[in-house]
Design a protein around this ligand. Structure first.
Ligand SMILES: Nc1ncnc2c1ncn2[C@@H]1O[C@H](COP(=O)(O)OP(=O)(O)OP(=O)(O)O)[C@@H](O)[C@H]1O
Ligand SMILES: [Mg+2]
Length: 313
């Protein structure tokens, strides 16, 4: 089975990422998946493993944010009995446990600089050194890392090693936010409603046109996870019913209303300054990506480029 089928979406934005992921899945290349919370990084990491030659071996997840700093090295690479107080037996560590398979390092930005140095060595030489053991062991694992914060900014701020960043980011996989693939909102909602209806053995609720319009104009800060949770709620609370915009969560209603218009203050505004400032903010937020900046402002890329040319910011 093609595990990428679990990643629902027909927008060009998600399809481009899936295409790159399918190509890297067939190789042993280290992968870094970036994207906001709830955009599907873990789902993507699993799909890569399932479609790789390592499918019959383990897929092990290590949440770096949940690792106490003092234990991170031994959790990752293992330790020998007596290496430190409390090390009462030899422990293999996550890397060894994933032997032959895939190790998924979630929230990698949270690793301390000293563990980052050891991870770099592990990637470069495939050698894993247990705490308290002077003999490194060879371990064959494929690494997939994920981050929901801007790792490049962490590099700039001296919090993440630049060499490790580039070593991880051989093929960049950046998952778009749900707002950036608004075409997929309706497709995903239908998929989740069908899925939860059969899971809970309840009749499907049906989204009215007005409800669809509303969910398509909401910003979904929690991305696909937020949409999925809303769909499960609708199935459980309103089985078999017609869902109107009033049945949708309050936040989707407020955001939809807010987006209807900007209220001109009585003292007026400086329109040119405001436009330039918004363009600058959009470029900052998208790290200079003009297509995404244009989308954030709700204008076409051409219109954005034209404004940039005629009125450099
Ligand atoms: N394209 C998609 N198709 C179907 N389900 C999806 C898709 N993307 C995400 N999901 C579902 O949304 C939920 C959140 O996805 P996931 O846990 O992979 O996000 P994440 O990027 O790892 O989030 P976080 O940064 O908060 O850990 C999961 O239940 C996942 O199955
Ligand atoms: Mg995750």
């Amino acid at each position: 089975m093609n595990a990428f089928k679990n990643l629902i979406g027909q927008s060009a934005e998600i399809q481009a990422v899936i295409r790159s992921a399918q190509i890297v899945a067939a190789t042993d290349v280290t992968v870094l998946i970036e994207g906001d919370t709830g955009t599907g990084k873990e789902l993507m990491a699993k799909a890569i493993h399932m479609c790789s030659n390592r499918v019959d071996k383990k897929f092990i997840t290590l949440n770096c944010a949940a690792l106490p700093e003092a234990l991170a090295e031994s959790e990752l690479f293992g330790h020998k009995k007596g290496a430190f107080t409390g090390a009462i037996t030899d422990q293999p560590g996550y890397a060894k446990q994933a032997e032959g398979g895939t190790l998924f390092l979630d929230e990698i930005s949270e690793l301390s600089l000293s563990v980052q140095a050891k991870l770099l060595r592990f990637i470069e030489y495939g050698e894993c050194q247990r705490v308290g053991d002077s003999n490194p062991q060879r371990v064959d694992v494929r690494l997939i890392a994920a981050s929901n914060c801007d790792l490049r900014k962490h590099v700039k701020d001296g919090l993440f090693r630049e060499d490790l960043y580039y070593r991880l980011k051989v093929v960049p996989l950046e998952l778009p936010t749900l707002q950036q693939r608004s075409k997929d909102i309706c497709i995903l909602a239908e998929y989740f409603i069908n899925d939860f209806s059969s899971q809970h053995k309840l009749p499907k609720p049906e989204l009215t046109k007005a409800a669809i319009k509303q969910i398509e104009s909401y910003s979904w800060p929690g991305n696909v996870r937020e949409l999925r949770n809303m769909c499960e709620r609708l199935v459980v609370l309103l089985p078999g019913q017609k869902i109107t915009e009033k049945n949708l969560p309050l936040e989707t209603q407020v955001k939809a209303k807010e987006s209807k218009g900007f209220v001109l203050p009585s003292e007026g505004i400086d329109l040119e300054y405001l436009e330039n400032d918004l363009m600058r903010q959009a470029l900052d937020a998208t790290k200079g990506n003009k297509s995404r900046a244009a989308r954030l402002l709700g204008i076409s890329r051409d219109a954005f480029l034209y404004r940039l040319k005629t009125r450099p910011i």
